[in-house]
Design a protein around this ligand. Structure first.
Ligand code: ATP
Ligand code: MG
Length: 589
């Protein structure tokens, strides 16, 4: 396979694209891998398309090796199956909907659980047909509210999605573990740093759920890792350890006090320390206060509902964590207009007295798991400038339930062993999860079991972001000079540069490129006649093929220079030994 720079459809750019914030996005555009067609929608140019197809190949090989079978669904799908699963409604603004000439509703598939379930229902009817794993590599469409970083979060993107079908939960575990093993092989081969973390199952329901995250300082996901045990989880999925209930027999009766001009936790804590010193000798801390934050929850059917969340005053609400608990509903800020409609809620001084579905204000009230029975709080008295002290959870107030919405911080206790958690960021590359029977039930996928009884099939759903992987690998492996591709995904095996004017340079480089190709390597060959060596070096660094071969000045001594793009290491190799040497490098000998 040969790619000649003199004719390759490629223009590298010196300037960064104006809309690109992340290095991977800037470099992929500058190196001529992708071009933007519309917000979150990209075209693939020759080099980028080669990387994309390499990733597809790796994914396909490992999925086939684990026994999954490849199928291919349309992207244009009818409404009815999604209506049956309720996702036509749940997806809200997040899917592209369209109508045909007869006014029938269609959508562009965001993910295909319904279609796979119906296909298996069409053809299979017995436990003997199972287990079954099917997959496809296909273009997906989601009208993301915030397309980001080029292909990292696109509105059109390529995903490998697979689905497993089993007769029981025990059998499902084997399918899940087979997928998990295949994913480990895929991500090892892709050649970048990743972690496996416990995850939320989101709109899908189900329980077992893990994500494969590429470690990246610019990643959208935050995850925690325990410094003492092997616990790792997306922050969305972290469960705060629940403290033991404490005795409160000697806590005085709750009393409201004047606390003028204390709308923030800091002003309140200062005021408490001045006017209401504690009897145990320590100072008041933000964590002694109970902060009640009100948001608007927007349900997929459009219904808007106020929701109050109570957290210790030293914590903030983590909007992503809150959102993950409430999916598929979405969260919006509670505006001044919303406050005006609910005079019982006094901004800055909201207390449990005005919250809870059993109260006059009828605002659903969910509490952080740390607010257990017996804990003692200072909180708003539902009047401007007043707070209640000695308010005891379980004695003086209760919530309508518990919610994990407070931010998780480095140093927090590990829910598994109590050790200290560390936080880091990553990009979600893959997600494997237990669907359970949600789709099989909604679409009536049943098989006869060994005893001739009809049972609902249990399913798993597994995704790999194939186009996202191009961006995530670039984000994970680039350096200040340009892209640096891991060998298996690189657009070529070697990049040969003819640098110099003499006929000998081009003759030698032509011959070398030809021999490497004959040996089965993919060669990107910079055979441009009127381009300076400096420009060729810069382009090679930007494009990021793992091995660069410079045919030029060294020819006087009978050598070419072989550079390792990742390490910068350079060795001179005699011209006649170059092919053998390079085959060894590419094979990793
Ligand atoms: P995210 O939380 O990042 O929005 P998701 O949880 O909605 O992703 P899944 O439905 O689990 O995504 O999809 C499987 C995989 O598809 C993800 O792990 C990710 O790699 C990829 N993916 C999802 N959304 C996008 C997107 N908008 N652009 C590119 N890849 C995506
Ligand atoms: Mg996911």
């Amino acid at each position: 396979m040969s790619l000649r720079m003199s004719s390759l459809f490629l223009r590298t750019l010196r300037e960064d694209p104006v809309d690109a914030e992340l290095p991977s996005h800037r470099l992929l555009v500058r190196a001529g891998y992708i071009r933007r067609a519309a917000p979150g929608i990209y075209s693939w140019l020759p080099l980028g398309y080669r990387v994309l197809r390499n990733i597809e190949r790796i994914v396909r090989e490992e999925m086939d090796a684990m026994g999954a079978q490849e199928v291919h669904f349309p992207a244009l799908l009818p409404r009815e199956p999604y209506e049956a699963s309720n996702r036509w409604t749940e997806y809200g603004d997040n899917i592209f909907r369209l109508k045909d000439r007869k006014d029938a509703d269609y959508l562009l598939g965001p993910t295909h659980e319904e279609m796979f379930t119906l296909l298996v229902k069409d053809l299979y009817s017995s436990y003997k047909d199972l287990p079954l794993s099917l997959y496809q590599i296909q273009t997906k469409y989601r009208d993301e509210p915030r397309p980001r970083a080029g292909i990292l979060r696109g509105r059109e993107f390529v995903m490998k999605d697979s689905y497993s079908f089993d007769v029981s939960d025990e059998a499902f575990l084997d399918s899940y573990n087979a997928h998990r093993g295949a994913y480990i092989k895929i991500f090892d081969r892709l050649g970048f740093d990743y972690v496996i973390v416990a995850a939320m199952s989101g709109a899908m329901g189900g329980s077992a759920s893990e994500e494969f995250l590429a470690t990246a300082a610019n990643g959208e996901d935050t995850y925690v890792r325990c410094s003492s045990c092997d616990y790792a989880a997306n922050v969305e999925a972290v469960r705060v350890p629940v403290p033991a209930r404490s005795a409160y027999d000697d806590v005085p009766i709750a009393h409201a006090e004047e606390t003028p001009d204390t709308p923030t936790i800091e002003t309140l804590v200062d005021h408490l320390n001045q006017k209401f010193p504690r009897d145990d000798g320590r100072e008041w801390q933000p964590g002694d206060t109970l902060k009640n934050v009100v948001v608007t929850v927007v349900h997929p059917d459009g219904i808007r509902e106020p929701l109050a969340v109570g957290v210790p005053g030293d914590r903030d609400i983590d909007v992503k964590r809150l959102g993950a608990q409430l999916e598929p509903a979405e969260v919006e800020a509670f505006t001044d207009a919303d406050f005006a409609k609910r005079p019982r809620l006094v901004k800055g001084y909201i207390g449990p007295g005005a919250l809870g579905t059993d109260r006059s204000s009828k605002v659903r009230y969910l509490l952080d798991p740390r607010i257990v029975e017996g804990t003692r709080w200072v909180t708003g008295a539902d009047e401007a400038g007043r707070h209640v002290l000695d308010l005891v959870a379980g004695r003086d107030f209760t919530g309508d339930g518990v919610i994990e919405a407070a931010d998780v911080r480095a140093g927090d206790a590990c829910p598994n062993c109590g050790g200290a958690l560390e936080t880091a960021r990553g990009i979600e590359m893959g997600h494997i999860f237990q669907l359970g029977r949600r789709f099989a039930e909604a679409l009536d996928l049943k098989v006869l079991d060994e005893n001739g009884k009809l049972v609902t099939v249990t399913m798993g759903s597994y995704g790999v972001g194939v186009s996202r992987a191009v961006g995530a690998i670039a984000e994970n492996t680039h350096d200040e000079l340009g892209l640096v591709w891991p060998r298996e995904v690189a657009p070529a095996d070697v990049h040969v540069l003819a640098t110099g004017k003499g006929a000998e340079v081009f003759e030698t480089a032509d011959r070398l490129a030809g021999e490497l190709e004959a040996a089965g390597l993919t060669v990107l060959y910079d055979d441009r006649r009127k381009v300076s060596p400096g420009v060729k070096f810069k382009d090679a660094e930007l494009i990021g093929v793992p091995t660069i071969v410079v045919v030029g000045r060294g020819l006087g001594d009978g050598v070419v220079e072989v550079q390792d793009r990742a390490t910068g290491e350079r060795v001179n190799v005699p011209v006649e030994a170059a092919v053998g040497h390079l085959i060894g490098v590419v094979r990793g000998d």
